[in-house]
Write a protein that binds this ligand. Structure first.
Ligand code: AKG
Ligand code: FE2
Length: 195
């Protein structure tokens, strides 16, 4: 079955681009954005390593980290105090309790860098992201019999998105290269294993 997607139609504020993707602009103020960028600058991010590649981005994980070199998923240093208020607000946006959020990932993208096609690691469930700095576009794709269905979601600075359900599990996403510095803060819950 082919699904019609608004690939060439500009997304409208408040209308989900995909089922399971919810976005809100102006989630934080400009001064909060500046304070978060400063906190990320002081957090000691390091180059993202993937096999022999060094990605054009700096990252730091809290709570849990996934090492793309070794495939090891392991506890990391706790989510720091400065992030407590924004974590609580992000949880509320997603309808979660703050304690449900067990990971925070900070990313600083180099100018002209993006992030390639992927699904987030299956150890995680909900993904909530806040964008800072340069506007970006999150692209989504899903394989069909004849190629790919595609959708685009704008990631305005100071906006938030919540990815769950179909957008999270049924689609891959990537971020098109940007022209200037962009930072993101993503919060993730852990997938609950059936006992
Ligand atoms: O930078 C972002 O907003 C999203 C990054 C991303 O897709 C990820 O870390 O899995
Ligand atoms: Fe992702």
């Amino acid at each position: 079955m082919t699904m019609l997607l608004p690939y060439d139609v500009p997304p409208q504020q408040g209308v989900p681009v995909l089922p399971g993707l919810h976005q809100q602009e102006d989630f934080i103020t400009r001064s909060e954005e500046q304070a978060l960028i400063a906190a990320i600058g002081n957090a000691g991010l390091t180059p993202f390593l993937f096999q022999q590649w060094t990605g054009k981005r700096l990252t730091k994980s809290y709570g849990w980290s996934y090492d793309f070199q070794t495939g090891i998923f392991a506890p990391a240093e706790p989510i720091p105090q400065w992030a407590t208020p924004i974590k609580a607000r992000a949880a509320r946006f997603a309808g979660l309790a703050p304690a449900d959020i067990e990971q925070m990932l900070l990313i600083c993208y180099d100018p002209a860098a993006g992030i390639g096609w992927h699904r987030d690691r299956p150890a995680f469930e909900h993904v909530i992201g806040i964008s800072l700095g340069e506007p970006a576009t999150m692209r989504f794709r899903r394989r069909t019999e004849t190629g790919f269905s595609r959708a685009n979601a704008p990631l305005a600075p100071r906006s938030i998105y919540h990815m769950s359900g179909e957008a999270r599990h049924g689609w891959e996403h990537s971020i098109a290269p940007m022209e200037a510095l962009r930072w993101s803060i993503t919060f993730r819950s852990l997938r609950k294993l059936a006992s």
